[in-house]
Design a protein around this ligand. Structure first.
Ligand code: NI
Ligand code: MN
Length: 228
């Protein structure tokens, strides 16, 4: 499997037959180097409804005839926008043709904000996700604070853990390092940092901290396919 990071929480996963994107926030993402039109995927996973995660999912799904996998309320909302969607919910997994996708808890919110109408549409629980593709397992934590049950993810045998480090809205470096210790993935990389002033963070300081704990950490390069 190959992965490609587009900044913030957006990652592409490419297997032998299947391409997938997680949290496709492209428009307005100051770190991405691709445009929405360049994306070719079969599936999209959206961890929660916030704009910096739902991103361009609707447009990408329609253009690619891709299926969006998301927590039930968000998946239902997306189906009303004319998108093929597959609802999951926390703790539940489904065997897709490419492998298993399991929604896991995230402590955060999940809503769409209509600033014009001063309305907040709540979209159920936010999620993290464990995605299996070509036999490899990736954990994308979504937006979350640290919580003790992350320890249970160690049983998954993760090849890669993607953890938010931006602080303010999610875990910061200290908590994310503890999460990395708990989930015990072969490789760990930071996400959700630097794209907005409020989540300014030094990803190299995180990796250094991981190294001090004997954890294999790395800062993912933007727009470069790397093998997993
Ligand atoms: Ni969020
Ligand atoms: Mn976010």
């Amino acid at each position: 499997m190959q992965i490609r990071y587009h900044g913030h929480s957006c990652l592409e996963l490419k297997g032998e037959k299947t391409r997938l994107i997680i949290d496709p926030f492209i428009t307005g993402n100051s770190h991405t180097k691709i445009s929405v039109e360049d994306i070719r995927v079969d599936y999209i996973y959206v961890t929660h409804g916030h704009g910096d995660h739902l991103g361009d999912a609707i447009q990408i799904a329609k253009k690619n005839k891709a299926t969006v996998i998301a927590p039930f309320e968000l998946a239902t909302y997306l189906s009303w926008q004319g998108v093929n969607s597959h609802p999951l919910h926390i703790g539940g997994g489904h065997d897709f043709p490419f492998g298993r996708v399991k929604a896991v808890p995230a402590f955060h919110g999940s809503s769409l904000v209509d600033a014009g109408q001063r309305e907040i549409i709540y979209l159920g629980m936010p999620s993290g996700v464990v995605i299996q593709l070509d036999g490899k397992k990736v954990y994308h934590a979504g937006d979350t604070g640290l919580y003790g049950d992350m320890k249970l993810l160690a049983r998954e045998g993760l090849d890669l853990a993607l953890l938010p480090i931006g602080d303010n809205f999610t875990m910061g470096i200290e908590d994310a390092a503890l999460a990395a210790e708990w989930v015990q993935a072969t490789r760990t990389a930071p996400i959700h940092y630097d794209t907005f002033p409020m989540i300014k963070q030094d990803p190299h300081a995180f990796v250094k901290r991981l190294q001090g704990l004997g954890i294999n950490g790395e800062v993912l390069p933007i727009n470069q396919w790397i093998s997993l």
